[in-house]
Structures are given as structure tokens and as C-alpha cells.
Design a binder for this molecule. Structure first.
Ligand SMILES: NC(=O)c1ccc[n+]([C@@H]2O[C@H](COP(=O)([O-])OP(=O)(O)OC[C@H]3O[C@@H](n4cnc5c(N)ncnc54)[C@H](O)[C@@H]3O)[C@@H](O)[C@H]2O)c1
Ligand SMILES: O=c1ccn([C@@H]2O[C@H](COP(=O)(O)OP(=O)(O)O[C@H]3O[C@H](CO)[C@@H](O)[C@H](O)[C@H]3O)[C@@H](O)[C@H]2O)c(=O)[nH]1
Length: 369
């Protein structure tokens, strides 16, 4: 396509996250169709996060540009640097060779996801020992070599990037004859799956080993707050786990539509990645699921409440009102550690909060249902 329309030399910039050596493939295709036109391929991976995209664009921590180490490659890097220099301080614009830039993007996401899996693995140990994962994260994160960010235990990481990019890394390791390295990174995903299962098991075992026919309110469905994106959201796996035991779910998320939730819960795991025209036209809706537009409606007459996204509004709900309108005993399962556990216990809730000292109710329950 680019080769078809190009009339003069071009710089082609990869922004998407790609397997290492994609630039080489692009270069080969363009060069073979070049009709004398010269191309320079640059790798300029995008590091923005959803929910903060505009700030990340205006004030990036770094801009990474990878190119060929030839005079023409360096000239192309400088041309792209000049564009960013319009609003990004020059010391934040770094240049590398092509393969380093492509790999750095995968490495950055793998490191971030690894931090979450590390703290989530600790959360299981905290529950077993009586430690509090927030206190452990705080103490660990004060070491400037480790740093305090991205150490919040949760029901698991989601989003379209982390799992895909780690699987990409794993594939590249395997293709390069590095199975031990591949296995190391695979563990990050395995712990993430373990954390989601652990949450469902805790919930089911606390509620007398079954949620069949019970109403469970799901607060939050997006993979994180301030976005309506549900790709790879842990809510899908948690909801499917509960539906597997025949729970009735009442789901509320301030940004996710009913259609999206029904689609996510009725589709096979990887169908979301298909172009929209290849997805089921009207996926049959899941009967045990209702989607409502208010947290109070979702929790009305519920046996249990699950918090799966850390939306700010869930921190300030009137939990006394929620408790009064729920079946008893009333349970809260906080997959994001956002509620005040002591306050909720005072109200009368049985509370499970990821990685926090266990409620006396849960202490003698098996961690696995
Ligand atoms: N979403 C983010 O926050 C974010 C942040 C940084 C980087 N990225 C990267 O940016 C890229 C796009 O992300 P997105 O969230 O916009 O994804 P998206 O799924 O919304 O968009 C991807 C687009 O690529 C198209 N596509 C997929 N496979 C294709 C193929 N083989 N040939 C041609 N087109 C194809 C899809 O139809 C879709 O229109 C990804 O590589 C992602 O890793 C995303
Ligand atoms: O301490 C934490 C931090 C995050 N999360 C979860 O991790 C997931 C991903 O969060 P985040 O990284 O903030 O969102 P993304 O929009 O997926 O952004 C990531 O993926 C993008 C796409 O590659 C990169 O550009 C970004 O730099 C990278 O942060 C979400 O489910 C979060 O809830 C936790 O569980 N605990």
C-alpha cells in the first residue's frame, strides 16, 4: 500500500506493539516493491496507558525511537526527534537500534505485569500468614531501587496489552531457542490466572461452598477505572467462574454498556480480538446476568457484592444502605482493596479484601472451594 502510492523517499514509523524484527519484514516488503524509492523504518513504540492517554501524550516520561545505525537511519531518527522536540524535552527522547526499541516495548509491559503478579503472589501469602499486602507493598516500595508504583494487589491485571505482549515475548523466546526464559515470563500470566481463580474460590467457599441461585452484585466490569474498555478484564473470568456455579449476576459499571457485557460473557475468550464483522452478530445473552445502571440496584437483595474495578464512586457508596437491603449474612469481596474493611465489618458485612488479614468468618474456610 505505502509502496503503491509513494512518489519520493519515506520514513515509515511503527507505533503499534510488534514482534521483534517486524521492521525488517516491513523493510524487505517495501524494498522489493520500491521502484527506486528509499525507505527508512523506525520503531517508535507507544507507551500511553488508557485513562491517562492525553497526559501521557503531552508529557511522556520518555519517547523511544529505534532506527538503523547507518547514516540514513540516523538521519531518519533525527527527523522524528525534531517532531517530538516541539513539545517533549530533548533529554526524554532516546534513540536505540531498531531491535532494542521493538524489544523495549515488550520488556516494559512484561516488567509492569511482573510487578503486579509479584504483589499478587504476595497477597496469597499475606492471607496465609496474617500480613497485610498494602503494608508490605508500602514497605517494599519505599526502597527507591524498587519504587512505590504499580504495587497494588488486585484480582488480576487486564487490558488489551499485558497478556498479549507477554505472549509475544514468550513466542519470541521460544523461536530463539530460549525455553527457560519463555517459561519465566509465562509464570507472570499463570499467577494472573491463579489470582482470578483464587478470588472466585474464596467467594464460593465463603458462601457455604455454593453460589447456585444466589444473587451476586458485580461492581465494575472495565479492566481498570476511567475507561469503558473490557478487553481481557479480570471481570470476565470472575463472572464466568461464578456463572459456572449458577450464580445470578447483577452487574453495574459506570462506563460499560449492557451489550458489551453480554457480548463478553457469551463469547469465547479470544473472539473479542476478531474484527467486529467476524464476531457473532447478536450473541445470545446470558440469562443469569442482568446489567443495571446503579450500584444500589445491583446490590438490592444480593447475597454478596464483588468489587472488580477500582472506580472512585465505589469508595464513597452508602454501604449501610447497601447492607440494609441485602440478604444476610451479607458479604463483600473487594478485588481492588478500595473499601474501608474495618468500617464495613462494623456495619455487619463479612469482608474479604485481597491480601488483607482474613475475616474470622473466612479463617477456617478452605482457600480453594
Ligand atoms: N490501547 C492502548 O492503550 C495502547 C497503548 C500503547 C500501545 N498500544 C498498541 O497499539 C496498537 C493498537 O492498539 P489498540 O488498543 O488501538 O487496538 P485496537 O484493537 O483498537 O486496534 C487495532 C486495529 O488493528 C486492526 N488489525 C488487527 N490485526 C490486523 C492485521 N493483521 N492487519 C491489519 N489490521 C489489523 C484491527 O482491525 C483494529 O482496527 C497495538 O499494537 C497495541 O499494543 C495500545
Ligand atoms: O498496581 C497495579 C497497577 C495496575 N493494575 C492492573 O493492571 C492492568 C493494566 O493497567 P495499566 O498499565 O494502567 O493500563 P494499560 O492501559 O493496559 O497500559 C499498559 O499497557 C499499555 C499498552 O501497551 C502501555 O502503553 C502502558 O504503558 C501500560 O501501562 C489493569 O487491569 C490494572 O487494574 C494492578 O492490578 N495493580
Amino acid at each position: 500500500m505505502i509502496a503503491d502510492v509513494s512518489k519520493s523517499s519515506k520514513i515509515v514509523v511503527e507505533k503499534s506493539t510488534v514482534p521483534v524484527k517486524t521492521a525488517e519484514a516491513i523493510e524487505k516488503i517495501l524494498t522489493h516493491n520500491s521502484r527506486g524509492i528509499k525507505y527508512q523504518i523506525l520503531s517508535n513504540p507507544e507507551f500511553l496507558a488508557e485513562g491517562t492517554a492525553i497526559q501521557d501524550l503531552f508529557k511522556p516520561e520518555r519517547v523511544l525511537i529505534g532506527g538503523r545505525e547507518t547514516p540514513d537511519g540516523q538521519k531518519a531518527i533525527q527527523a522524528l526527534k525534531d517532531v517530538y522536540a516541539q513539545w517533549v524535552p530533548e533529554d526524554r527522547i532516546i534513540s536505540t537500534n531498531l531491535w532494542s526499541a521493538e524489544l523495549s516495548k515488550l520488556a516494559a509491559n512484561a516488567f509492569l505485569a511482573q510487578r503486579i503478579s509479584s504483589v499478587n503472589a504476595m497477597s496469597a501469602l499475606c492471607e496465609a500468614t496474617g500480613a497485610d499486602v498494602s503494608q508490605v507493598s508500602h514497605a517494599v516500595g519505599m526502597d527507591t531501587r524498587i519504587g512505590p508504583k504499580f504495587l497494588n494487589a488486585s484480582v488480576g491485571f487486564g487490558g488489551s496489552c499485558f497478556q498479549k505482549d507477554i505472549l509475544n515475548l514468550v513466542y519470541i523466546c521460544e523461536c530463539n531457542g530460549l525455553p527457560q526464559v519463555a517459561n519465566y515470563w509465562k509464570q507472570v500470566i499463570k499467577i494472573n490466572d491463579y489470582q482470578k481463580n483464587r478470588f472466585v474460590n474464596r467467594l464460593v467457599s465463603s458462601m457455604f461452598n455454593t453460589v447456585s441461585g444466589k444473587k451476586i452484585a458485580i461492581l465494575g466490569f472495565a479492566f481498570k477505572k476511567d475507561t469503558g474498555d473490557t478487553r481481557e478484564t479480570p471481570a470476565i473470568d470472575v463472572c464466568k467462574g461464578l456463572l459456572g456455579d449458577k450464580a445470578c449476576l447483577s452487574i453495574y459499571d459506570p462506563q460499560v454498556t449492557e451489550d458489551q457485557i453480554q457480548r463478553d460473557l457469551s463469547m469465547n475468550k479470544f473472539n473479542w480480538d476478531h474484527p467486529i464483522h467476524l464476531q457473532p452478530i447478536s450473541p445470545s445473552s446470558v440469562k443469569q446476568v442482568s446489567v443495571v445502571w446503579d450500584a444500589y440496584e445491583a446490590t438490592m437483595d444480593a447475597h454478596g457484592v464483588c468489587i472488580l474495578t477500582e472506580w472512585d464512586e465505589f469508595k464513597t457508596l452508602d454501604y449501610q444502605r447497601i447492607f440494609d437491603n441485602m440478604q444476610k449474612p451479607a458479604f463483600v469481596f473487594d478485588g481492588r482493596n478500595i473499601v474501608n474493611v474495618d468500617k464495613l465489618r462494623e456495619i455487619g458485612f463479612i469482608v474479604y479484601s485481597m491480601g488483607k488479614p482474613l475475616d474470622p468468618w473466612l479463617k477456617d474456610m478452605p482457600a480453594v472451594a
